[in-house]
Ligand binder design. Structure first.
Ligand SMILES: *[C@@H]1O[C@H](CO)[C@@H](O)[C@H](O)[C@H]1NC(C)=O
Length: 185
């Protein structure tokens, strides 16, 4: 009986260790325009930095194209066993149906005050996607391999919509409902 009890305690302790998940909020975020269209005052949209705005936008129209760009500072704690990109509830979605958000790992050579479509390489590796029904709480995208392979404990991700315009709160909005990572050790 004693042995039985202590093995239960050991199992409970082990599961407590496994259950260590922390939430890391995005450290830098921006809308990046990768289109050839003009914004106000005939300025090319892809030369305008949007990083200090209160919102983030992704949209795929005929000519228009915006992506959300996210930068995370990861804790130095290793090893990471699981890493999920948690999608906040959008503040606007231009559909009542279903849409897909895709995450792509990209380089960390950008900053929030200056990043534009003209100075940020669009390249990257798609890592996962999530289907969302407009009006319902979005889920998350498994980005475990990206967190494990992060260079200098930094991780940059593009978030791309399949078609409709989707708008989120940015860091500058002051809202708690912004992009974050659930990291499990
Ligand atoms: C921010 O990014 C811009 C555009 O890539 C670059 O010119 C600038 O030097 C960067 N600033 C800092 C402080 O890294």
């Amino acid at each position: 009986m004693k042995l039985f009890t202590s093995s239960i305690i050991a199992a409970a302790a082990a599961s407590l260790v496994q259950a260590c998940t922390i939430n890391i909020r995005v450290a830098r975020d921006s809308t990046v325009a990768y289109n050839g269209i003009m914004c106000d005052n005939n300025i090319p949209c892809n030369s305008i930095p949007f990083g200090l705005k209160n919102d983030l936008l992704t949209f795929k129209g005929n000519r228009d194209y915006e992506r959300v760009l996210l930068g995370f500072d990861l804790p130095t704690t290793k090893p990471i066993s699981k890493c999920l990109l948690k999608i906040p509830t959008p503040i606007e979605v231009a559909t009542t149906g279903e849409y897909t958000l895709t995450a792509t790992v990209t380089d960390n050579k950008w900053n929030e005050t200056a990043v534009t479509g003209a100075n940020k390489d669009i390249g990257g590796t798609q890592i996962g996607s999530v289907n969302i029904v407009a009006g319902q709480k979005p889920g998350s995208i498994d980005v475990t391999s990206a967190c494990k392979n992060a260079k200098d404990d930094k991780l940059s991700l593009f978030v791309d919509t399949s078609f409709p315009m989707v708008r989120f709160n940015s860091i500058q909005s002051g809202s708690p409902a912004i992009f974050s990572l659930d990291i499990t050790y």
